[in-house]
Write a protein that binds this ligand. Structure first.
Ligand code: NAD
Length: 511
């Protein structure tokens, strides 16, 4: 039994029964049967069903947001902005994309020579659903992440089994209801509630892809386990996002953006700004602005008018405290924050800014999943890019400047999967844009065309109208035919190639 408490108030809020571990086999089997039925439904009916799921969320968004806030402690505005809204937009985007997803695509052979030599054949790509997608989700966006991944997988014709985080089972039940109440084949969307063992069971279950979102440590274990059955993976892992503020940036707006980007969801966002680098010329002014704005953040429980909620658990609070202590031991100075918040019952930690931490220190290099921002400085664009890329994570990042061309030059040299110019950390909410990283931030993409393509199999169909009796490479082998084919394609002159082609055609047509 999972017992849930509100991390902001420490009040018990509910209990949820875990699934039996060995129920995963029958669940996946049921999902396979449901997927076959789903794939046989006409497109219009499938679209209407997914619109139905979206409409259920529109009808119930306030209740759902409240459950998310109770379970994670996050401000209600964040539950709406980063969970409900991205889910609705993902549903719309998925429905709009459906027709195009299954469109047959002709493959062009390229040169005239190739077309003539391989005459009478055509190739096309028929995208097909992969089958059953296993989604393993984190707690920090307990609706926004698994819902958007699930609805895209359904749009691509798949069934899904979702393993939500054990920290957010109540949101998982709310999400399950949205799908259960809609017109979908029974078993098309199933939720496998439980802990890490349940995640391992799903990875071992023989699903057709695992879409995992979580820590890099878990990602490496999942990759090793998935290799046993060669189960394909999409790994959306941790981040340590850099943010570069150039001296020509609008400093007020940049400071507001950075503070939101660093402390949204109490710093518990993969794409939070974690490493800020500011140009020497504006460093002092910017750090002052930052301090002012951080000091004005209101901490408290999510249903009130507050800016920053608690950490998810006591363990997270301890990890954050330890990270600040290590940062100070390694030479960093706490500019503001650095301690548990006083006068609040839950797991609140003060939004913390650390300056002067060496680039090689833990607080700059390791993921700190809490409200800690480090600030460093640079003297040139080259140095800024070097510092931003000097980290094992590469999920996303941002650059702030008044000169868009300069911004693009810097952004395109930064190593994140997403780089924003003059904005920060919000494009997960634009599901038409791809999301994902590299190195310790994982690989593959969710969202965008790239995300859909990971949920489908590009089947190549090759059609030959059979106008030649045999191929140049079939038995019995004839050297002159193979050599003739090379001449037809790569002979010295156009005339040589044409002659070789005629001879070849004649040879292959004959008995
Ligand atoms: P976590 O890795 O502890 O757990 C994530 C999920 O994986 C949970 O459902 C958990 O039960 C399951 N799990 C854990 N170990 C597993 C294993 N060995 N096999 C199978 N399943 C396993 O992460 P978390 O604390 O829930 O989430 C925070 C982490 O997620 C942070 O590192 C954050 O950066 C990352 N995250 C990344 C993205 C992204 O898009 N890149 C988005 C959100 C969160």
């Amino acid at each position: 039994m999972i017992r849930k408490m509100n991390p902001a108030t420490l009040e018990a809020i509910g209990e949820v029964q875990e699934a039996e571990l060995d129920s995963i086999g029958p669940m996946v089997q049921k999902a396979r049967e449901a997927q076959a039925e789903w794939a046989s439904w006409p497109l219009q009916r499938r679209k209407a069903s997914l619109i139905g799921v979206r409409d259920r969320l529109i009808d119930r968004w306030e209740e759902v947001a409240e459950v998310i806030s109770k379970e994670t402690g996050k401000p209600r505005l964040e539950s709406v902005n980063a969970d409900v809204l991205p889910s609705l937009v993902a549903a719309d985007h998925s429905v709009r994309s459906m027709k195009g997803l299954f469109a047959r695509r002709r493959v062009r052979f390229g040169s005239m020579g190739l077309m003539m030599t391989y005459m009478g054949r055509r190739s096309y790509i028929q995208p097909r659903p992969l089958g059953v997608i296993g989604i393993i989700a984190p707690w920090n966006y307990p609706l926004g992440i698994p819902f958007s991944q699930a609805i895209m997988a359904l749009a691509a014709g798949n069934a899904v089994v979702i393993k939500p985080s054990p920290e957010t089972p109540l949101t998982a039940l709310e999400m399950t209801r949205l799908f259960d109440d809609a017109d979908l084949p029974k078993g098309l969307v199933q939720t496998f509630i439980g802990g890490n063992d349940h995640g391992r069971a799903l990875v071992a279950s023989g699903v057709d892809r695992i879409v995992f979102t979580g820590s890099s440590a878990a990602g490496t274990m999942i990759m090793s386990q998935a290799s046993q059955r060669l189960t394909p993976l999409t790994l959306e892992l941790g981040g340590k996002d850099p943010c570069i503020v150039l001296e020509d940036a609008g400093l007020e707006r940049a400071a507001e953006g950075v503070v939101w980007g660093a402390f949204v969801n109490a710093g518990q966002t993969c794409a939070c700004v974690k490493r800020l680098y500011v140009h020497d010329l504006v460093y002092d002014r910017f750090v002052e602005l930052l301090k002012e704005k951080v000091a004005s953040l209101r901490l408290g429980y999510g249903t009130e008018d507050v800016d920053v909620g608690p950490l998810i658990s006591e363990a997270a609070l301890l990890r954050t405290e330890e990270m600040v202590e290590r940062a100070v031991r390694e030479g960093g100075k706490v500019l503001i924050g650095g301690r548990r918040a006083e006068g609040l019952r839950g797991y609140f930690f003060q939004p913390t800014v650390i300056v002067d931490a060496p680039q090689a220190s833990c607080v700059v290099q390791e993921e700190a999943f809490g409200p800690i921002l480090t600030v460093g400085r640079f003297g040139s664009d080259e140095e800024a890019v070097r510092l931003a890329n000097d980290c094992p994570f590469a999920l996303s990042g941002s650059v702030w400047t008044g000169d868009r061309r300069r911004g693009r030059r810097v952004a395109e040299r930064m190593s994140g999967g997403t780089v924003l110019i003059n904005n920060v950390a919000y494009t997960y909410g634009l599901p038409m844009t791809p999301w994902g990283g590299k190195s310790m931030s994982g690989f593959g993409r969710t969202h965008g065309e790239e995300g859909f393509s990971e949920l489908m199999e590009p089947q190549h169909v090759h059609v030959d109208d059979g106008r030649f009796r045999r191929e140049a490479w079939w038995h019995p082998y004839r050297w002159e035919n193979m050599a003739g084919m090379l001449d037809a394609l790569y002979g010295r002159s156009y005339i040589d190639r044409l002659r070789a082609l005629m001879r070849l055609r004649k040879a292959l047509k004959g008995k």
